[in-house]
Every structure is written in structure tokens, then in C-alpha cells.
Design a binder for this molecule. Structure first.
Ligand code: C5P
Length: 221
């Protein structure tokens, strides 16, 4: 049983992928399982925080009664939900794998196969973490994720600046057992003051505890 160190705190957590509809039966998505975000939501709720979990399409359930869940499908819906919830929160953890683009035109009919090439025009989705970063007040703490395939640290630091994060959780898809769809993760936390903490390969539940502890340290300062 964890000490209820975060009682009275409200935290927004985004989790899972987003699906961007192409036509009534097809979408653009990604392989995010949502496990990392759900584990973070549970870890924070176990410490007494009220957690607003905004989840994309995932096959997961929550057990802690302090978790209030909002299910969304697309990036635009996730952005809208966050705009409503974030202003009431003390912190936010953006762990969702938001689709970067969505189809410019949603076809009302199922698109037919013709044998010719098909071009899908895509338009950029809202960057939810950046949008909340712009709304962020001095007392609010925000945490992001970065999954980079090259120049990890340089890009992670750029993201901290662009999205106004207090720290970013870096994980690399290059190594077996890390990142998407797995039950384990090896992370590095990089703080806005460039301080770095390396962690060994752990279960996502244990990683979630490390992230919750890093967030708690700043929240209770
Ligand atoms: O720019 P990039 O997608 O690598 O940034 C990753 C971080 O930004 C993650 O914390 C992710 O949840 C968040 N993000 C977001 N909305 C987007 C894209 C990324 O909230 N449209």
C-alpha cells in the first residue's frame, strides 16, 4: 500500500493511440497499446491523486476508483477533452501516441478499390502537448514522452522547449523489450534543466512508479 502523498492533486494522463478515420470502416492508427499511460494513471491514483485519464482506442480497463476515464478516438477529440480537463489539473502526463496526421477528407462511403493508385491527402493533427504547454500556468507540471530513432537527446531537449515540459521520458524503439506493445520499457528522464536520470529495463508498472516519483518530487516541492 502506497502512502497517499498525492491526495488533493489532480493529474491529466493521455494514453493509447488515436485513430483517424479514412472512411466508415478504415482508419490510420498506430501500435500503441496504452499500457504505459494506464500504468502511470494507476501509479498516480495509488498515491491518492485524482486522475483524469483520456484514452484512445485500447483494450484496457482501470481498477482504481480515483481514475476518471474519458474515451476518445481521434486526435481532435483527445485535444478537445484535454482543453476541458487540463485547466483544473495540477499536472499532466502526455503518454498518448497521437497520430501526427489525419485524412483531409473523411469519405462518407467506403472507398472502392479501382486498381489505380489512390492518393490520401493528410492534414496535420493538433499537437495536444504543445497546446496544453501554451495554456500551462506556473503551478502546473507537465511531462512528455519521446520515442526517437536518432539524435535522441538533442531531439528530446528540443521537445522540452517546444512543448513546455518539466521533463521528458525518453525511450528508444531500437532495443528489444522497449516501447510499443511490450510489457517492459527502459527509460531515461531528461529534465528541463538538462539533468538526466537513466533507469534499467523494467516492467511498465515499475517504470510508471519511477515516472510518478519524478513527478511527485516536483509537485510537492
Ligand atoms: O513530437 P512528438 O510526437 O515526438 O512528441 C511526443 C510527445 O508529445 C508525447 O508526450 C506525446 O504524447 C505528445 N504529443 C501530443 N500530441 C501530438 C503529438 C505528440 O500530445 N499531436
Amino acid at each position: 500500500q502506497k502512502k497517499k502523498t498525492l491526495t488533493g492533486k489532480k493529474v491529466l494522463v493521455t494514453a493509447g493511440p488515436t485513430y483517424e478515420n479514412i472512411d466508415p470502416v478504415r482508419f490510420i492508427g498506430n501500435f500503441s497499446s496504452g499500457k504505459m499511460g494506464f500504468a502511470i494513471a494507476e501509479a498516480l491514483a495509488n498515491r491518492g491523486a485524482v486522475v483524469h485519464l483520456v484514452a484512445g482506442p485500447v483494450g484496457l480497463s482501470v481498477s482504481n476508483q480515483l481514475i476518471e476515464r474519458t474515451d476518445v478516438v481521434s486526435a481532435k477529440e483527445m485535444d478537445q477533452a484535454c482543453r476541458e480537463i487540463f485547466p483544473q489539473c495540477d499536472a499532466a502526463v502526455f503518454s498518448a501516441a497521437v497520430a501526427d496526421y489525419s485524412p483531409a477528407n473523411l469519405s462518407a462511403e467506403k472507398i472502392k478499390r479501382t486498381g489505380d493508385d489512390l492518393n490520401l491527402q493528410l492534414t496535420p493533427n493538433p499537437d495536444i502537448a504543445s497546446n496544453m504547454g501554451a495554456l500551462k500556468k506556473a503551478h502546473q507540471v507537465t511531462v512528455g514522452f519521446a520515442l526517437e530513432t536518432s539524435n535522441e537527446e538533442v531531439n528530446a531537449l528540443k521537445k522540452i522547449g517546444k512543448k513546455n515540459f518539466d521533463f521528458i521520458v525518453l525511450n528508444s524503439p531500437n532495443n528489444a523489450g522497449e516501447g510499443f506493445m511490450t510489457d517492459t520499457n527502459r527509460i531515461t528522464i531528461i529534465h528541463k534543466d538538462h539533468k538526466k536520470e537513466n533507469f534499467p529495463l523494467k516492467s511498465k508498472k515499475e517504470v510508471a512508479e519511477d515516472i510518478a516519483s519524478a513527478l511527485e518530487k516536483i509537485l510537492l516541492k
